[in-house]
Design a binder for this molecule. Structure first.
Ligand code: ADP
Length: 405
């Protein structure tokens, strides 16, 4: 079964094609047979389409007036050009889209019909940088591939199980009724990470009290009990919670008001500062890339040291805040760019939880292979590293829906 996965961002479109068996779903993630990405943010004059297939990578330039942001050109490389992988586009059985915002209406992956499209459109005010791109892509696939089944896999869906006490903000209640509530994001990654973590510790997911830490450019934690999300650190928008690469995470809500009323900063500029110029980048300066910060810290850079300490302190505080709701902690799972690659972050973070009996095996932590347990056999909390595989998780949802719609 050929499953096409599409992941549209505000200035780029990523896609990949999996060739999955009809029988049982593979236990370990397979590599896609084709990957493509259109990036409109690299060059002012053209979009760059990069295609990886059959062990090679090649680039194609797309003019700025290409319709559908280059979706048709991207899909054409499946059947023609340097590395065709299909005889015809009709071989594609199902198409899965990562959709950032599904509100509180969709708790699982859903076959796209008119009602789903309408919901994605209605939620544009809550996800102005993403939902328009998702909608455009869904309509683009209809135009190019006809009536192939399409599936929306929502980033918010995993968190629809969060209880009201965790989903409601302590503001006038009628705001909640107007949709101002915690939605949570990174749900596809958190759900997949929790499932993989349970496999790594060899226990049923339903029996575990777990915190999944998705630490990439965006960062969030999810408390998972009985296999369900019961709380998460991102909220109404992906700006809340942990300190991130360029996003502030939670700060005193009076700060933006002060900037606007006392310092004359426009709302749009506050938005840009908090989303693009804050977090690790805001403190360190040159970038929000943790690799650069760790290197600068080695060289004695004070702001790099401060940024790292703040990042870890806030991470520890957020982990600690979720534990009472779980009633304890069996598993702490790290995933995504920082979570998978930074032994320094894992080590410094875990050091604060020795009082729980958590004991890292430092040699495993330093040399951690993707998908491994890095705590000692006697540790009071199992600590694991899970390789984030968002596209693979989306392909699995599609595969399941294709078999049992
Ligand atoms: P995104 O959230 O955009 O999908 P990723 O999950 O790929 O991002 O994470 C990107 C971040 O991971 C980078 O900004 C970088 O800070 C961090 N990262 C990647 N490799 C390493 C590494 N070896 N050590 C520390 N941080 C790393």
């Amino acid at each position: 079964m050929k499953v096409l996965v599409l992941n549209a961002g505000s200035s780029s479109q990523k896609s990949c094609l999996y060739d999955l068996p009809e029988g049982a779903f593979p236990e370990t993630a397979a590599e896609p047979i084709w990957e493509a990405m259109v990036d409109w943010g690299i060059h002012p004059d053209y979009g760059q389409l990069t295609v990886t297939a059959q062990g090679t990578e090649h680039e194609i330039r797309l003019s700025r007036d290409t319709p559908n942001h280059g979706l048709e050109e991207m899909l054409a490389t499946l059947v023609q050009g340097e590395t065709p992988v299909l005889g015809a586009l009709t071989e594609i059985s199902i198409v899965g889209h990562r959709v950032v915002h599904g509100g509180d209406r969709y708790c699982q992956a859903t076959l796209i019909d008119e009602a789903v499209k309408q919901t994605i459109e209605e939620l544009i005010p809550l996800a102005p940088n993403h939902n328009p791109a998702h909608l455009e892509e869904i309509l683009g696939v209809e135009a190019v591939l006809g009536d192939v089944p399409q599936v929306a896999v929502f980033d918010t869906a995993f968190h629809t199980s969060i209880p009201a006490a965790a989903a409601t903000y302590p503001i006038p209640y009628d705001w909640f009724e107007k949709g101002i509530r915690r939605y949570g994001f990174h749900g596809i990654s958190h759900r997949y990470c929790a499932q993989q973590a349970a496999t790594l510790v060899g226990k049923p997911l339903e029996s575990l009290r777990m915190i999944t830490a998705h630490l990439g450019n965006g960062c969030s934690l999810t408390a998972v009990r009985g296999g369900e999300s019961v709380n998460t650190t991102m909220g109404f928008t992906p700006l809340e919670g942990l300190m991130m690469g360029t996003r502030s995470g939670s700060i005193d809500p009076a700060i933006p008001l002060y900037l606007m009323t006392q310092m004359g900063v426009e709302a749009s500029e506050v938005d840009r500062l908090l989303n693009k110029q804050s977090g690790l980048k805001g403190i360190f300066g040159p970038s929000g890339d943790l690799r650069e910060i760790l290197q600068a810290r080695e060289g004695g850079d004070e702001r790099a040291r401060l940024a790292f300490e703040m990042y870890v302190l806030r991470l520890q505080g957020a982990i600690a805040a979720l534990i009472p709701q779980l009633g304890g902690l069996d598993v702490l799972a790290f995933t995504a760019g920082v979570g998978e690659n930074s032994a320094a972050v894992r080590s410094a973070t875990c050091a604060g939880f020795e009082f729980l009996g958590l004991e890292l095996d430092e040699s495993k932590n330093q040399g951690s292979a993707k998908n491994s347990r890095i705590s000692t056999a006697n540790s009071g909390v199992a600590v694991v590293v899970v390789h984030a595989q968002e596209d693979w998780a989306i392909a699995r949802e599609c595969w399941q829906l294709a078999r049992c719609p």
